[in-house]
Design a protein around this ligand. Structure first.
Ligand SMILES: O=C(O)C(=O)C[C@]1(C(=O)O)C=C[C@@H](O)C=C1
Length: 380
């Protein structure tokens, strides 16, 4: 594996090189997603960038081939930073689409400098025993006055954080948001007061030379985050063959014998099963039923929705962009502008249910955007 230098303007230098941007610095959960979706090889460059917006802009500008962004967490839901970048109110990332997904187990640790008042060689053993026998005993963490982590993390660790607050000797423990969990560890490693701690993963603790004070502090043992792989819409639609999740390495979709009662939509659906699509649209808010009519389009084409999200559209108060994720894939992706008439078809690709649904949606909403279709990699 080669590590990039963190400059989002640095693009693919060598022919055949595939550059994958992720939220850095090293060891973030996004980095872990990047490593599992694009396993290290001489042609893969994993490139840390400082923020989630910089992952989008590196993909949009073509500085990198792919970008990895968190989309939702099993404990606390949607990653609003990512949704806002897809909502793209300022039209900064019009060409960014999703082309893959991956899941990462999220096991948080509290990392930081040990409490000098309770840390001698002898007391360390006592502390260890105390932690094992009574996990609620946090008296060795009484020196912590400031916590750093990514904003998505606080509500994944509510139980531990309330225990920590109630056993703290300081009046309040300040919580400071950071751009990523590894950045939190980096800040704590350089904190001369040694009274701060970060919530991050075990690899980040090791990377920044910090002891792990508590392990597995997330509320849910099975805590997991789903990440998207981004590409430019004019780049190849699939992940490189080296990715374990590329279409060429996934099991082929079995061809089902057509039964007499199978409709055209059901037949198309078989071809596109295992694929997911993300679409955003805006509606006329003052028309009763306009959202229901847009959603009914998917039902008419027998398309199962898997999630719905909203974000403020930025066009007046209480107006929203709706995000619909559904099973199936868009087959026709070339040509004109989204939401202002329909696009031309990809060569040799017949329309499928998603194409037909988008055609209908076009006449029903104010504006819409296809945000990508990809082969699902659901963790079950
Ligand atoms: O900060 C990181 O390590 C990230 O990769 C970001 C992120 C997120 O934004 O959801 C990813 C997974 C966890 O849910 C917490 C933080």
């Amino acid at each position: 594996m080669t590590e990039g230098d963190g400059d989002p303007r640095r693009g693919p230098d060598k022919e055949g090189e595939v550059v994958v941007a992720y939220l850095g610095p090293r060891a973030t959960y996004s980095h872990q997603a990047a490593l599992s979706l694009f396993p290290p090889s001489p042609t893969i460059v994993h490139k840390p960038v400082p923020t989630i917006p910089s992952v989008f802009s590196a993909v949009q500008s073509g500085a990198v081939n792919y970008g990895i962004v968190p989309f939702e967490n099993s404990t606390n839901g949607s990653v609003v930073f990512t949704l806002d970048l897809f909502a793209d109110r300022e039209r900064r990332n019009p060409d960014v689409v999703v082309c893959g997904e991956g899941y990462v187990r999220v096991r948080h640790c509290l990392v930081g400098h040990p409490n000098p008042a309770t840390t001698t060689e002898r007391t360390e053993n006592v502390n260890e025993e105390r932690k094992q026998h009574n996990p609620a005993d946090l008296s060795d963490l009484a020196h912590i006055t400031t916590l750093y982590t990514h904003p998505q993390v606080w509500t994944q660790c509510t139980r531990f954080l309330s225990l920590l607050s109630s056993s703290s000797t300081s009046e309040t423990i300040d919580r400071i948001d950071t751009s990523s969990t590894s950045r939190a560890a980096e800040l704590v490693a350089h904190d001369p007061s040694r009274c701060s701690a970060a919530i991050c993963n075990a690899l980040a603790a090791q990377t920044f030379g910090l002891p792990i004070l508590r392990q597995d502090i997330q509320d849910d043992e099975g805590n997991e985050t789903r990440f998207f792989v981004l590409r430019r819409r004019d780049a190849p639609a699939s992940l490189p063959a080296s990715s374990p999740y590329s279409a060429s390495t996934s099991s082929q979709i079995p061809t089902q014998p057509q039964t007499q009662s199978q409709t055209q939509e059901e037949e198309d659906d078989d071809d596109d099963k295992d694929w997911k699509t993300l679409v955003s649209f805006t509606i006329e808010h003052h028309h009763p039923g306009s959202l229901a009519q847009c959603l009914a389009v998917f039902e008419r084409h027998a398309i199962n929705l898997t999630s719905i999200n909203t974000r403020p559209s930025g066009e007046g108060r209480w107006n929203y962009v709706f995000f619909v994720e559904c099973w199936g894939r868009r087959r026709r992706t070339r040509g004109g502008e989204e939401g202002a008439g329909l696009e031309g078809g990809g060569k040799g690709e017949e329309e499928g249910p998603v194409d037909r649904a988008l055609r209908e949606l076009d006449g029903m909403c104010r504006g819409w955007r296809w945000l990508g279709s990809w082969r699902s990699n659901a963790s079950g």
